[in-house]
Design a protein around this ligand. Structure first.
Ligand code: DAT
Ligand code: MG
Length: 139
């Protein structure tokens, strides 16, 4: 068994469209356990830490602005292989082509903006999960 924890964010588009409950229900239905949950207005400083790997990319500034545009829901989920499992449930980055049945594929699409508004974030490795959980929830 490899019990992991992952950071899940419901981005401002998901919160504004009242999809938080539906998204959290899908994660719980797959069998992962909710450890922590909060609604937050992120600060630029927090987002710059969270997205440091994307600094300098063309979508970086629109991404940070989008994440500042409204509250997000931050959650920690736990379970065996939850990092990979949640990313699979979320679907690929571009919501237009994310597979039907995934969160992004079912609820999202490309709105023609500078950044993909794709409803959710999930950590992509054990190291990122540990780093991101500290950023959003503290040690
Ligand atoms: P993911 O969220 O699937 O892990 P990522 O870490 O590569 O994707 O990028 C972070 C976010 O930045 C992503 O959820 C949406 C936005 N983004 C990524 N690539 C993009 C692109 N080519 N054009 C516009 N927005 C993009
Ligand atoms: Mg990522």
């Amino acid at each position: 068994m490899s019990i992991e924890r992952t950071l899940v964010l419901i981005k401002p588009d998901g919160v504004a469209r009242n999809l938080s409950g539906s998204i959290l229900a899908r994660i719980e239905s797959k069998g992962y356990s909710l450890v922590e949950l909060k609604k937050v207005n992120a600060t630029r400083d927090l987002l710059e830490q969270h997205y440091e790997e994307h600094l300098g990319k063309p979508f970086y500034e629109p991404l940070v602005e989008f994440m500042l545009s409204g509250p997000v829901v931050a959650a920690i989920f736990e379970g065996h292989r939850v990092i990979e499992g949640f990313r699979c449930l979320a679907g690929t980055t571009d919501p237009t082509t994310a597979a039907p049945g995934t969160i992004r594929g079912d609820f999202g699409r490309d709105w023609g903006l500078a950044v993909q508004q794709n409803l959710v974030h999930g950590s992509d490795s054990v190291d990122s999960a540990e780093r991101e959980i500290k950023i959003w929830f503290g040690a």
